[in-house]
Design a protein around this ligand. Structure first.
Ligand code: IYR
Length: 222
């Protein structure tokens, strides 16, 4: 007898030649993505953000708990409050807390404490990790592999935005507690990544970075 809680799954079979053609196209598309710090203020429809969140939420997660909350902000006053709080934290980071090795690592990227994109980009999406959930009776429900699950969801989110022609940045103001306060999130939700989202500015530039080669990132055991 078949298990009623399991359904047949028959992903379409792809022949090797098509597989490799698709793989190359996918690589080219992902390779063309860059983290963007210069945004246009041109509006982006809310539905584009909804679609990217739904795409992200298809990520595999520990015991299928989907332990994430995406908070999407377009309200200018809230964006301004986030910018002000982020710049306050970043200023102390860059001016005193930053260790020398970290400062040197960031030098080629050229970042500093100023974060104008937090007001210019039409959307900010803050991804919160839920340290636990709740059962129907209000008791705690355990979540598993929360960082891994949220990290995978964020990866799919970035890929979905890129496929839609939108730009983003994985921004991690440190510390991030202010985001939970400003966005009225409950204590069991921890801010993990803040994504400014929009169209890249017409004159946007990106650091001239080189990606590691396959040999530097992979080992095959055959
Ligand atoms: N959170 C800071 C610092 C920063 C840290 C890393 I690691 C980066 O790759 C880039 C920046 C900021 O957002 O400027």
């Amino acid at each position: 007898m078949s298990d009623p809680s399991h359904l047949p799954y028959r992903p379409p079979r792809v022949d090797d030649a098509s597989m490799l053609a698709r793989g190359r196209a996918c690589l080219d598309e992902f390779d063309a993505r860059r983290s963007v710090r210069f945004f246009s203020d041109e509006p982006v429809p809310r539905e584009a953000i909804e679609l990217a969140i739904r795409a992200a939420s298809t990520a595999p997660s520990g015991a299928h708990m989907q332990p994430w909350t995406f908070v999407a902000v377009s309200d200018p006053a809230t964006k301004r409050a986030i910018r002000e709080a982020a710049e306050h934290e970043e200023r102390t980071f860059y001016e005193s807390r930053i260790p020398d090795e970290w400062r040197a690592a960031l030098a080629p990227i050229g970042t500093d404490w100023r974060k104008p994109y937090l007001e210019i980009a039409p959307w900010l999406v803050v991804v919160f990790a839920q340290t636990h959930g709740f059962h129907a009776d209000g008791s705690r429900k355990k979540h598993y592999y929360v960082s891994e699950s949220v990290g995978i969801a964020c990866g799919l989110f970035i890929a979905a935005l890129h496929r839609m022609g939108l730009s983003t940045l994985t921004h991690t103001p440190s510390p991030m507690h202010f985001l939970g306060k400003l966005l009225h999130r409950p204590d069991h939700e921890k801010a993990t990544i803040l994504f400014p989202i929009g169209h890249a500015a017409a004159d946007a530039t990106v650091p001239n970075l080189v990606r590691k080669s396959l040999d530097e990132v992979a080992v095959f055991v055959e």
